[in-house]
Design a protein around this ligand. Sequence first.
Ligand code: TXA
Ligand code: MG
Length: 333
Amino acid sequence: MKTLILKPSVVNIQRCADEIKKGELVAFPTETVYGLGANGLDIEAVKKIYIAKGRPSDNPLILHVPRFKEVYNLAREVRPYAIELAKKFMPGALTLVFKKKDIVPKIVSGGLDTVAIRIPSNPIANLLLQKCGCPLAAPSANTSTKPSPTYAMHVYDDLKGKISYILDGGMCDIGVESTIVDVTGDVPKLLRSGQISVEDLQTVVERVEVNTDQSVALSPGMKYKHYSPKANMLFSAYYEQMHLTIINYYDKMKAQGKKPVIICLNFNKEKYGTREIISIGDTMADYAKNIFAALRFADKKQFDNIIAEGVCSDGIGGAIINRMMKASGGQII
Ligand code: TXA
Ligand code: MG
């Protein structure tokens, strides 16, 4: 199968919608990461997602819809506070988990009684969804265990030959996947951190349950290996003198004949002298936006060790730490 990267013209978006209606897969940009979409009500089409990604079948998929009223076709119970959250954060980088209606196939929910739903704000994604006329089951469009894709080229690298079309919307704005909140109970529960932080959620709801025990996988997907570059990766704790620890490790690796690289914010790069660095940008938002691309870049350049600077846990920092912990397999220095 030849994989084409398409400009997101209206004609091409229609072409992709037609492909979806035929039961095939299409990759498309969202504001978080690229998604690999299939008709979420077509069991055979959804099976193709799991095969293309090599994804474990008990890891459920998010259904993407263009507007909130479609939630009522898929969810059995919509609590008033969930509507308030949706009013504030949808369309956008928030996924809500509801009790599911029977129309949602078990293959989408991974056998659970719930369904995750998201309304992307990216206009290409939103137009595609409108043209498809069905909810799109769409995980991140990477091979399972690899860093999520934030450029069309990342999708191409992972899935070429497996899908016909990739809609190219350029670089994703946010760069880490949506915040997932379970809204089936009296109190909303954070399942995955993202750009929308707990503090953001608390501007709408008083309490948000947050599980601090990292060993418990709340979302089935959180228990699997994730975002892993080929290089051995370490993540630094965040503190004033972290560059000294990072330099120490870097030099040790270098002395062993390895090829290490440091991922750092722009304003820290002088601290590392002539050592190899990948500069991730100026802000925490840049860190989130560029991190997956940086991990992929490090692999392309065949670095043996990646040492990523730590960040503080405020705002999107929580999501960055979560992804880096997974990418490094919890290897902290
Ligand atoms: O930003 C995003 O959410 C991106 C874009 C493409 O929309 N999608 C994404 O999908 O990150 P994926 O499949 O890579 O991650 C979905 C996560 C998994 O960890 C999965 O276990 C969890 O959502 N999930 C899906 N349905 C769930 C459910 N019913 N209950 C709990 N967790 C669920
Ligand atoms: Mg994913």
